[in-house]
Design a protein around this ligand. Sequence first.
Ligand code: AMP
Ligand code: MG
Length: 434
Amino acid sequence: MNAPRPALRPLDDALAALLAQAQPLAGSETVATFDADGRVLAEDLVSALQVPPQDNSSMDGYAVRRGEIADEGVPLPVSQRIPAGAAPQPLQPGTIARIFTGAPVPEGADAIVMQEDTQALEDGRVRILRVPDAGQWIRRSGEDITRGSTVLARGERLGPAAQGLAASIGRERLQVARRPRVALFSTGDELVMPGQVAPEAMKPGAIYNSNRFFLRSLLLRLGCEVRDLGIVPDQREATLQALREASRDNDVILTSGGVSVGEEDHIKPAVQQLGSLDLWQIAMKPGKPFAYGTIAVQSSRRDAQDVGTPSPTLPRQAGEGFCHFIGLPGNPVSSFVTFLLLVRPFLLKLQGATQVTPVAVQLPAHFDWPRPDKRREFLRARRNAQGRLELFANQSSGVLTSTVWADGLIDVPAGTTIAKGDPVRFLPLAELLA
Ligand code: AMP
Ligand code: MG
C-alpha cells in the first residue's frame, strides 16, 4: 500500500525554511566601484566629506549681496568671474560676481540671480532685474550628504545609482560579499542543446534545453559564479555522479527536472543518499515539484570526520562539509517562477542582502478568473496602458512564451477567484529579474 501523501508545503513556510538555511557566506572581497553593479555591500559606507563640499551655484548668473539690491534695475560692477572648479575671492562690497553652475559661492554673497534676470550694460556693469530671495539658487554644502553619515549600509544590493553615490563620496573600491559558486545542471534524456541538432533534424520526443539558458542568466544577474555541468541523463548512477562532482567547491547545486515522483525522476533518492532532503513539493502553481536539501561534500579538501550527513535542523555555512542543493521543476515556466520566488531570495541572503523579497503592488485586474485552485497561483500578466492587468491567454507551465510576454506575476491566494476590477497583488518582473 502507498504511504499517505505528505501535505504540500505552503510557499511562505517553504521560503522561511529556505531562508533559515541560507546563512551568509563567509568571506568578502574588494571590487572597483566601476564593477560593483549587482553586488551586495559588505561594509557600511560612511562619508568623510560633505556633498556638495561647499555652497555652490545651481545657475549660471551672478552672486550678490541681497542687502545691496533694494530695487530692481540698479547697475552694479562685476568684480570677479567664478567658473566651476575655481576658488573665489570674498565678494567685494558694492559689486557682484559672474558665476556658473557648480561654482563655489564667494564669501559674503547670499543669493544667486540667474542670468535671464539680468541685463549686461555696454560699460561692463550688470543690471539686476529682479530682487532675489534669500539663498536663492544656492545649493548648500552637505545638502546631499553630511560628513560622518552612512550613505549605504552593509547588505545593500548595488546598482547604477548606488555606484554613483559611492563615487560621490570618493570611494574607488568597495567591500562586497563574495560571489556564491553555483553548479548548474539540467536533467532529462529528451534534452538537446541548440546547435547540437538542427530543428528539422530533431528526433521524435526530443526538445531543446531552454531552462539552462534562463537559469544561467538569472544566476549571473544575481552575482553568482556559474559552473555549468550541462545535461545529466535520467539515470540513478549518472545523477549521483553529477551531484558528487557538483558538491566539490560549490556553495549551491541548482538542477532542473527529475524532481517529481516518476520512475525517471532520480533527483530525490540521489539527494537522500548523499545528504538530506529538507523540503519537497510546494503548494504553488506553477512549481509544485521543488526540492531543497544539503549534500555532504565529497572533497579531498575535507577531513574524513567533516564529511557526514549534515543535520537538517541546524543552519550552517556552505563549505562546512556540505553544499546546498536546490532542485527546480523541469517545466520551463515552473522552473522560472520558482527560481524568482524561492532561489532568488536564497541567493541574495547568501550574499548578506537585507532586501531579498520583491515589493508587491496592488493593481486592478482586467480579466475574470472564475476557477479557484487549491494551490496559490502565480499568473503571467502585464499592465496595459490604463494600468490594469491582462493575463497571457495560456497559463500552462510549459508555455515559456508567457514569461516573455508578461511584465509581472499576479499572486492569487489558494481558493480565490478574481473578477474584473478587483485589486490583485502584482510582482513586477523588473524587480525580480534585476
Ligand atoms: P520533469 O520535471 O523532468 O518531469 O520535466 C517536466 C517537463 O519539463 C517535461 O515535459 C520536460 O521535457 C520538460 N523539461 C525538463 N527539463 C527541461 C529543460 N531543461 N528545458 C526545457 N524543458 C524541460
Ligand atoms: Mg525529466
